[in-house]
Structures are given as C-alpha cells and as structure tokens.
Design a protein around this ligand. Structure first.
Ligand code: ATP
Ligand code: ZN
Length: 299
C-alpha cells in the first residue's frame, strides 16, 4: 500500500518501453528529472513519483497496491496475471488506456527446414519460451500436448542449440527469427503497451490526479493519430473533398484573396493521410496541400 501523498507511476527502467513511457509522461506536463538512474524520481511540479523497475515487476506492484499507475506491455500483464492466479495471489487491476507503442506479437516459430501444416504439428514437441503461461493457455485450448521450458533471454537460439523443437517469443519485424533460421507459424497473442491502475484503495486526491493524467494521455494519443490538413480547392469540388477525407470533421472554408473560384479548406482528420489520398486530392484540383502533425488535443 502506498501511504505517501504522491501518486506513484511505475515504468520500465531500460528496455523497449522506456523511451516511449518517459516521453508520454513528459508530454503530460510532468516535470521530472529522469537522467539519473534512481529507483524513484520525484516530480518538481506535481505530487507524483516515477518508479523505474523491470517490466516484469510492474503488474505485481500494481496488483499488490504498491504503485497506483503503471505502463507495461499487455503480454507481460497477462503472463503475470496467469502466474499469480496459479499462486492464488490477487490479480486485480484496471486497464485505463491502450497505448500506441510497444506493438508486437507473441508467436510460435519453427526451424525453416521443418515441415509445418497446422497447430497439430506442435503435438509432442518441446517449446522454449519466456511466456509459459500464455503458451499453455493457448495450446491447452487447442488440445495440444506439449512440454515447455522457461528461457528469459536468447530464446531464438534454443532450436539450433538442440534444446527445443520450437520457440514461442515476441516478434515485431521478424528479423531476429530470420537471422536464426526460424519461421513464424502461429501468432498466439497481439500486444501493445497499456496504462494500468491498481484496484486497491486509492485516495480521492490521487484519483483526481489519475483522472487529469488520463484526459491528457487520451489527448496526446488522439493528437498523434490525427492530422491537420490544409488545401486549396475549386469551390465546386468541396463536397467531393469532404467525402474523400471521410475521417475529417467540420472543415473550415476560407476565402482566398484574389481568387473567386477557389477556397482554402482546413480540417482535422482522425485517419492517416496516405500519399494515395493526396494524389486523389490533386486529381480533384487541389493545390497547396499541407498535412501537419498535431501536438495536443482536448475535446
Ligand atoms: P526488462 O529488463 O525490463 O525485464 P525485457 O528484456 O523483459 O526488459 P524488452 O525487450 O525491453 O523487455 O521489452 C519490453 C516490452 O516491449 C515487451 O514485453 C513487449 O511488450 C514490448 N515489445 C515491443 N516490441 C518488442 C519486440 N520486438 N521484442 C520484444 N518485446 C517487444
Ligand atoms: Zn522483462
């Protein structure tokens, strides 16, 4: 239980989620010096302390009520929840927000020279993994008989070293698998980072800070997914532009000085604007097309 008056937020100390987690906290307006590698850093402008730990420790810290907020991959969250369930420990938590980073998948891979047809090929195999609980949950549901062993690093070398027939590991591009002569054959879990909170007693003072941060994080993520579009277009093509940019809301139309036939359109689009869309706008007669990133947004 955290009895201090400061809201504790746990993030990964060093690894794939660290930079994006720190960036998100800073964008939220939390002033904190994270240059020194301290376990706990105090914010200078908000009653918040940032705790930096191994990602595997974050779900437990939340479920035991030691920290109120955490940023962790869903893969780790689910794996730890399953292992704690096995040990009859508390597994209460809330997912406050799915975040837009840490995107990866947990996959089964086999050596490239091995024939593979379907999941039944995993019957009577030995699989190396850092995620034994997620693997067991998936293969038990499919009624596959297998054995697994835990490796917390270098999982991808296990088959070549003669330790296992297959691996179950995180993949983002597939480059590591290829380098190690492996082929991804089944995705068992899609993952991304998420903001989680403890379900234990949280004071109303801290709840208010959490609400404030949640609004800011939602604004940051919506802004990152959105674009501000500006273009010039013949007046008679305005409707066609609106239907082409269906993700855009209430465009603003402005007159152009010295040009009665064309107008400027400004709008926010919730969808990515691809080159293909810009080319279609060009065919409609658009010019001076600008697509700008948005830093912050509040509904
Ligand atoms: P720690 O020292 O904190 O235990 P780690 O080695 O377990 O670190 P990282 O490799 O830094 O963990 O990955 C942290 C999280 O980043 C993963 O659990 C996953 O949610 C996410 N992730 C995103 N892409 C990948 C990837 N290509 N490989 C592994 N993890 C990824
Ligand atoms: Zn880890």
């Amino acid at each position: 239980m955290n009895n201090s008056n400061r809201l504790r937020i746990a993030i990964q100390k060093s690894g794939r989620l660290s930079d994006d987690s720190i960036k998100l906290l800073l964008l939220c307006g939390i002033k904190v010096n994270l240059e020194q590698q301290h376990l706990i850093s105090f914010s200078q402008n908000m009653p918040i302390e940032v705790m930096r730990v191994r990602d595997d420790d974050i779900p437990g810290l939340i479920m035991d009520g030691i920290v109120e907020l955490g940023i962790v991959g869903k893969n780790v969250l689910e794996e730890i929840a399953l292992s704690r369930q096995d040990q009859e420990k508390s597994i209460k938590y809330q997912i406050l927000k799915d975040l837009d980073f840490g995107i990866c998948r947990l996959s089964l891979s086999v050596p490239v020279d091995k024939n593979y047809f379907n999941l039944k090929c995993f019957n009577n195999t030995c699989i190396a993994t850092s995620y034994p609980y997620l693997l067991k949950k998936y293969l038990n549901k499919e009624k596959i008989q297998f054995s697994s062993f835990l490796l917390n690093g270098s999982v991808e070398v296990a088959p070549r070293a003669g330790l296992s027939d297959a691996i179950c590991d995180l993949v983002s591009t597939g480059g590591t698998l290829e380098t190690n002569g492996l082929r991804e054959v089944e995705v068992i879990y899609h993952s991304h980072a998420c903001l989680i909170s403890s379900s234990k007693d949280i004071s109303s003072f801290k709840k208010k800070i959490i609400e404030k941060l949640l609004v800011r994080i939602t604004g940051i993520i919506t802004a990152r997914e959105s674009k501000y579009i500006m273009l010039h277009i013949p007046i008679n093509k305005v409707k066609e532009v609106i239907s082409l940019l269906s993700g855009a809301e209430h465009p603003t139309i402005l007159n152009l000085v010295g040009d009665k036939n064309r107008v400027a359109m400004h709008m926010v689009s919730r969808e990515s604007i691809f080159w293909e869309t810009m080319e279609k706008l060009k065919i409609l007669g658009a010019s001076s097309i600008l697509v700008l990133p948005i830093e912050k947004m509040m509904e």
